[in-house]
Design a protein around this ligand. Structure first.
Ligand code: KIV
Length: 288
């Protein structure tokens, strides 16, 4: 009996074949625990995003995270992924300097990190690099629109391709970027922070799946940051994020209970001890 897409291990060809057949789900993960949860929940692709520079490391933008740090987190995620395709995000300046650098660093993401493919930001300007990676059998996902590694050029994390927004031709440039990535061999393209109608237009214009984040409902799949989906963050939450739970509040309340119980000599109770503890009163006197 043939295994369904939902059951089988997700591969690069399976992602390519999904266009027009089913919606793809991608979620970021930065460690083994989150990878296992998302994998069990049926997420198709786990992106070890360079967003970890902000979400895990607490930086203001994604620029500072290093190749070694990305590999460290990718290795953890790969250990937790059973079905999902693991995507290693290429950090700032790990691929822009030269295609040779890009091959060496993306190769490390596969060999040392255990990723099945890499993602990198850019369009026409990265087409040669994408082609070189694909040529040595490193599958690539492109990323266009609001590309966080271009934060200084964009003057912030701003929506791209708005009609009359980013100067004449911005929308056409994004369409050309998507086409150039596809022609270079990218097997999927993340589209971030563009008007919904442009997300749909780009999706219709190319044959490889698009995965949107803040790009409307008509892309071939969606990606979100796991900490946003789970409501773990206090920081600014963009309009395109849907918080499916408020785990941050639940976690904080749990920790408050722990602190209270330790201070009130409620925890650890007899059930947490290897032999019978002294009575509570004795413990208080012994401490004073
Ligand atoms: O780094 C990241 O998490 C990303 C996604 C938001 C697409 O690039």
């Amino acid at each position: 009996m043939a295994t369904s897409f939902e059951e089988a291990k997700v591969t690069v060809p399976a992602v390519l074949d999904s266009k027009g057949e089913r919606k793809l789900t991608m979620l970021t993960a930065y460690d083994c625990t989150m990878a296992k949860l998302a994998d069990r929940a049926g997420v198709d692709m786990l992106l070890v995003g360079d967003s970890l520079a902000m979400v895990v490391q607490g930086n203001e933008n994604t620029l500072g995270v290093t190749m070694d740090e990305m590999i460290y987190h990718t290795r953890m995620v790969a250990r937790g992924a059973d079905r999902a395709l693991v995507v290693g995000d290429m950090p700032f300046l790990s691929y822009q300097v030269s295609p040779v650098d890009a091959v060496a660093n993306a190769g490390r993401m596969i060999k040392e990190g255990g990723a099945a493919c890499v993602k990198l930001e850019g369009g026409i300007n990265m087409a040669e690099t994408v082609a070189r990676l694909v040529d040595v059998d490193i599958p690539v996902i492109g990323h266009i629109g609001l590309t966080p590694q271009s934060v200084h050029r964009m003057g912030g994390h701003k929506v791209q391709g708005r009609k009359g927004g980013d100067g004449p031709g911005a929308r056409e440039r994004l369409l050309q970027d998507a086409a150039a990535l596809q022609d270079a061999g990218a097997f999927a393209i993340v589209i971030e922070g563009v008007p919904a109608e442009l997300g749909a237009t780009i999706t219709d214009a190319i044959d490889v799946p698009t995965i949107g984040i803040g790009a409307g409902p008509d892309t071939d799949g969606q990606v979100l940051v796991c900490n946003d989906v789970l409501g773990l963050e206090d920081r600014f939450v963009p309009k395109f994020v849907k918080r499916y739970a408020e785990l941050g509040k639940i976690a904080e309340n749990a920790i408050v209970s722990y602190v209270d119980e330790v201070r009130g000599e409620v925890f650890p109770g007899p059930e947490h001890c290897f032999s019978a503890p002294r009575a509570v009163g004795n413990r208080k006197r012994a401490a004073s």
